[in-house]
Write a protein that binds this ligand. Structure first.
Ligand SMILES: [Zn+2]
Length: 67
């Protein structure tokens, strides 16, 4: 029997709130965010329950650090 019932990741981007689940178009290149909910909240994430960052937001965050 496989362990399928692990903690389920919330498959939305914690920056833009869009779905990054399979078939969403953002599934590819999604980045898992290893911070927990509290840390994200403290960091001012608009969608702290999301366990991922989509590619677009990832580029915004990490490609534009001088802002
Ligand atoms: Zn996003």
């Amino acid at each position: 029997m496989e362990k399928m019932k692990r903690v389920k990741n919330v498959e939305i981007c914690n920056e833009c709130g869009r779905s990054v689940s399979w078939g969403s178009g953002l599934f590819v290149n999604r980045v898992i965010d290893l911070d927990n909910w509290k840390t994200r909240k403290a960091n001012g994430k608009p969608f702290p329950k999301g366990d991922y960052i989509c590619r677009e937001c990832d580029e915004k965050i990490f490609g534009n650090k001088d802002d």
